[in-house]
Design a protein around this ligand. Structure first.
Ligand code: GDP
Length: 139
């Protein structure tokens, strides 16, 4: 059965460009409930650890540099079928290929600075949520 939580980050580009409020509104209008949320700024070491699964990919260094370049919003969101439905709401990794009306299409400019993160599986949603939030910070 599909799980009911996903983990997201509003990435440094979207925060810097003033899209934080609109993106949070899109999450909520999309039927997601906020279960945990924080505004924070990752160090390079923290961004490197979060994206360790991508260590072998050619863009890993750029990704870590970008994700530690400014503040982000991290959140745990709840909805039935959360992981799949959230990836539909945000759209394809490359905003140029993202469907009309999706968050990446509306607020992202490039494949690296693509406005939002969304977990790719139920197992990763839990791992990523635990990376940022203790049990005491999830409601
Ligand atoms: P996602 O699950 O849609 O976020 O995509 P991936 O898991 O494939 O990639 C993780 C993140 O790495 C993406 O959201 C982008 O921020 C970044 N990324 C993906 N492809 C590229 C690329 O070709 N170049 C750079 N610089 N970053 C990339």
């Amino acid at each position: 059965m599909a799980g009911n939580i996903t983990f997201t980050m509003i990435k440094p580009d979207a925060v810097a460009n003033g899209h934080m409020g609109n993106i949070l509104n899109d999450f909520i209008q999309g039927g997601f409930k906020v279960r945990a949320m924080k505004y924070t700024w990752l160090t390079e070491a923290q961004a490197g650890a979060f994206y360790a699964v991508h260590k072998e990919r050619p863009f890993y260094g750029e990704l870590v540099g970008f994700m530690s370049s400014g503040p982000i919003v991290a959140a745990v969101l709840e909805k039935d079928n959360a992981v799949e439905d959230f990836r539909k709401l945000i759209g394809a990794t490359n905003p140029a290929e993202a469907a009309e009306g999706t968050i990446r299409r509306k607020y992202a400019k490039s494949i690296d600075a693509n406005a939002v993160h969304g977990s790719d599986s139920d197992a990763n949603a839990e791992i990523e949520a635990s990376f940022f939030f203790s049990a005491l910070e999830r409601f």
